[in-house]
Design a protein around this ligand. Structure first.
Ligand code: V47
Ligand code: SF4
Length: 364
């Protein structure tokens, strides 16, 4: 039996064993604790209760259709002003071309995210979804963060609900979890003053869930947020999930500082990465899946995280610009066989899934 280094973790163990929800204070204490192994041990209990040894991954391809963005968040190295020589946006033909370049056959998801382009109309987004859906009817389109949805609605002069209905009709399958950052308004003023509020992000997700559009959720950590900010963010997500049950997975995003306005910060450590994943697993008792995005924390740490609460390794990805603009040194593509090897080496069962977590293939 593991001996906890901090006495309060024994109390948390009691709660975990009895299925009692953790409090804001528990979250803060866990983030402050130096007992990483104790936290991971408890997170692993929850992980195994919820998902046994199953470890999910998807054969997917990311498409970043434009880097032109009017928000210019201070933590983002991907976005550009439209006059910047490195600015780009893809025509529908180019999006289709990019989609066709996935390397590993049988892709089951396109993950489509971009900046907030000032001039593209809602027809562009509708045509993009329609064209992808026509050419790849079996591929799920996980597209446009809540921030992009708000922008598209704004440009079109429509409500968020009307916009989501139009996008769904065009082929939108689900919404990725980006744009949540950290919900603290004080902090958003510092790091992304132009971005929609945390309350708006939540409200857009609530509307999407009410229309039967599932989504993911994220938290950008490792910049200037406090442990209290993190705990509050998780609790706000948990409360929304209590109301809608529309979130599929939670993905903590490790901040990469290079080429950003916050370039003086040092980036996260492996210790913090594992801690955030483990505490997220413990706090988000109504989320079925906790995902480690290997692009941001590397394949080796992502593999270790499978013993710290994580049950999902995202997917093949193929091409990723957001983290790589900010100095990520990971590959952009990983072979499906490599994901399977990582999972098996960690003593878990690889399960290839689709976006909505239906099992496509169990590779026991
Ligand atoms: O919204 C921007 C973040 C997000 C940086 O839903 C940065 O399955 C780190 O949301 N360092 C986009 N992060 C990516 C995203 C995502 C990724 C993987 C899976 C899923 C999912 C969603 O990336 C942005 C922002 O929060 N981001 N700049 C940076 N320098
Ligand atoms: Fe634009 Fe998103 Fe980058 Fe913010 S994080 S500047 S909204 S692309």
């Amino acid at each position: 039996m593991y001996r906890f280094r901090d006495s309060f973790i024994s109390e948390i163990a009691e709660k975990v064993n009895n299925g009692i929800r953790l409090t804001f204070e528990d979250g803060v204490n866990l983030f402050n604790s130096k007992d990483l192994l104790g936290t991971g041990y408890l997170a692993n209990i929850v992980r195994e209760q919820k998902n046994s040894d199953n470890t999910y991954f998807i054969n997917n391809r990311h498409i970043n259709y434009t880097n032109i963005c009017i928000n210019r968040c201070r933590f983002c190295a991907f976005s550009k002003d439209s006059v910047d020589p490195d600015a780009y946006w893809m025509s529908i033909e180019e999006v289709l071309n990019s989609a066709s370049k996935y390397k590993n056959g049988n892709v089951s998801e396109f993950h489509i995210v971009g900046g907030l382009h000032p001039d593209l109309s809602i027809e562009y987004y509708i045509d993009m979804l329609g064209a992808l859906h026509d050419r790849y009817p079996d591929v799920h389109l996980q597209a446009f963060t809540a921030v992009e949805i708000a922008h598209i609605a704004d440009i079109a002069g429509l409500s968020v609900k009307e916009t989501l209905i139009k996008l769904k009709e065009a082929g939108l399958g689900s919404i990725p979890g980006g744009g949540a950052e950290v919900f603290s308004e004080k902090l958003r003023k510092e790091i992304c003053p132009q971005k929609i509020s945390g309350a708006d992000w939540m409200s857009i997700m609530e509307t999407a869930h009410s229309l039967g559009i599932h989504s993911n959720a994220t938290m950008l950590y490792g910049h200037i947020e406090s442990v209290e900010d993190r705990a509050r963010h998780l609790i706000m997500l948990r409360e929304l999930q209590d109301r809608t049950n529309g979130f599929m997975s939670f993905i903590p995003l490790a901040f990469h500082p290079k080429n950003t306005d916050l370039g003086f910060l040092s980036g996260t450590s492996g210790y913090v990465d594992l801690k955030v994943l483990a505490v997220s697993r413990l706090m988000l008792d109504n989320f079925q899946h906790i995902k480690a995005f290997w692009i941001m924390i590397g394949t080796k740490l992502a593999q270790l995280s499978l013993s710290f609460g994580v049950d999902d390794l995202d997917g093949t990805v193929v091409e990723e610009k957001i983290t790589h603009s900010a100095g990520a040194e990971t590959e952009e593509f990983i072979e499906k066989e490599e994901i399977i090897r990582l999972i098996k080496d960690a003593g878990r069962i690889p399960v290839e899934r689709d976006t909505l977590y239906s099992e496509l293939k169990c590779l026991k």
